[in-house]
Design a protein around this ligand. Structure first.
Ligand code: FAD
Length: 405
């Protein structure tokens, strides 16, 4: 093994949260390396519909988006919710359309523009916090490399190795979900290609969506990690044909991802220990209808700023990060908070405003269908925790940091 490479910060991952971390550090003059397990540009299963807030972040921090980082159609107007009782609610995003990102190229573009030194095909393997610095081992199957950094930042996504290194019990402690999207040839598809389509249907799965990409139709299904996906996918295809007259040909591409869904609903974020902090979806950030890119970017920027402040003030990074990250926790968990949904405006498409314009009968159908959709979630015991977090938020103005790892 070679001598350790010493730098200010090592980031694990080279995706959107990592790019935001790196941007803050490099701009402040700190030597930063991003380790990525795959060769870049790599593929990343994602619908690629970024929220308006995430879009603004990209432009403000990395500049105007080049065409190569977009799929066709290049933008998305909004989202349509479908309820089994027959109600359809199309909602435009606030402030107009948002880009349809091709994650293979958008992620590579952002990490390059961050100015960090990128070590791709280099998987993070282990870390040991020595108090004054962190020793890190990474490898690619042929060779192992050593790094030494003042801080290590885990931006390595839902199944984070950094989190599992810090908390070996984590794998068993949470419920894992699988999200799969199949791209199909289109025979006939009446669903509006300018919208992202989402079904609140308890029999289809906890997360069922469809939209157009590069002349193909995505049909995606999310379910518990040990469920039978083929059955759920077949059910979704059948439902789309039966209910919406969507006729699709064979599947041409399949994408799968394991997900730590649920942490932002019940305020169980994971922010690390000592000189190691965690951000992005690795920390549990995931907005409503699995929009994770804007939270990844914003939490990543906060992690980067926390590291800059820890350097400048010579104070513990955990203390700084856990204080600063509260704003993003509020932003993300508010999206799942029933009080905020009913009496605030936490989303970037106006669900309550759109529903308010519908007849009394349609409102009742939606209410009943949402209740039916939520029933299967009872087994996770999240409802009571969500309610308690919502009350805490009303009373204290924030979410309880003692629930964080
Ligand atoms: C099917 C699907 C559809 C989605 N659709 C949307 C959508 O339309 N809009 C939206 O906003 N969000 C969507 N999301 C969620 C979104 O993709 C994530 O929330 C977001 O990418 C999280 O960003 P991140 O930077 O935190 O992590 P990731 O994007 O997961 O990046 C983590 C990076 O770390 C690397 N890595 C992992 N382990 C290691 C290791 N040991 N060593 C080195 N590198 C490592 C990975 O290869 C990856 O490049 C979707 C997710 C899925 C699965």
């Amino acid at each position: 093994m070679t001598k350790a490479r010493t730098v200010d910060v090592v980031i694990v991952g080279a995706s959107l949260s990592a790019a935001a971390v790196a941007k803050r550090l490099v701009d402040a003059g700190y030597e930063t390396i991003a380790l990525e397990r795959f060769c870049l540009p790599r593929t990343k299963p994602c619908s690629g519909i970024i929220s308006p807030r995430g879009h603004r972040f990209l432009i403000e921090n990395f500049g105007p988006l080049p065409k190569e980082v977009l799929h066709e159609p290049t933008s998305c107007k909004g989202v349509t919710f479908y309820f089994p009782g027959g109600v359809e609610l199309p909602m435009e995003f606030d402030h107009g359309s948002t880009p349809h990102l091709n994650r293979t190229y958008s992620d590579h573009w952002t990490i390059q523009r961050s100015g960090a030194e990128i070590h791709d095909n280099m998987r993070f393997l282990s870390a040991s916090d020595q108090g004054t610095h962190v020793d890190i081992v990474a490898g690619n199957g042929q060779e192992e490399k050593l790094y030494r950094a003042r801080y290590l930042i885990g931006a390595d996504g839902p199944n984070s190795k950094v989190v599992r290194t810090l908390y070996p019990e984590y794998r068993e402690a949470i419920t894992w979900f699988t999200v799969k999207q199949h791209l199909h040839e289109i025979v006939d598809c009446p669903l509006d290609p300018a919208y992202f389509h989402y079904w609140f249907h308890p029999e289809l799965g906890y997360y069922t969506w469809s939209h157009q990409r590069n002349g193909r139709q995505i049909v995606g299904v999310g379910h518990e990690a040990n469920d039978d996906f083929s059955l759920r996918h077949a059910k979704a295809l059948h439902y789309l044909e039966d209910r919406h007259k969507v006729k699709l040909g064979p599947c041409v591409t399949r994408e799968t991802s394991v997900n730590n869904f649920g942490l932002s609903l019940i305020n169980r974020y994971v922010f690390g220990r000592g000189n190691i902090i965690v951000t992005g979806q690795a920390a549990g950030f995931l907005n409503m209808i699995a929009e994770g890119m804007s939270a990844a970017l914003h939490s990543g920027a906060i992690a980067g700023e926390a590291a800059v402040d820890a350097f400048r003030l010579n104070r513990p990074i955990q203390e700084i990060y856990r204080t600063m990250i509260q704003s993003e926790v509020r932003r993300c968990s508010d999206q799942w908070n029933i009080m905020k949904i009913l009496f605030g405006r936490p989303h970037e498409a106006d669900f309550m405003g759109t529903l308010a314009k519908r007849s009394k009968r349609e409102k009742l159908i939606v209410l009943k269908d949402v209740a039916k959709f939520l029933a299967p979630w009872g087994k996770y015991n999240w409802g009571r925790q969500m309610l308690w977090q919502a009350i805490t938020r009303q009373v204290t103005g924030g979410y309880n940091p003692r629930r964080w790892r």
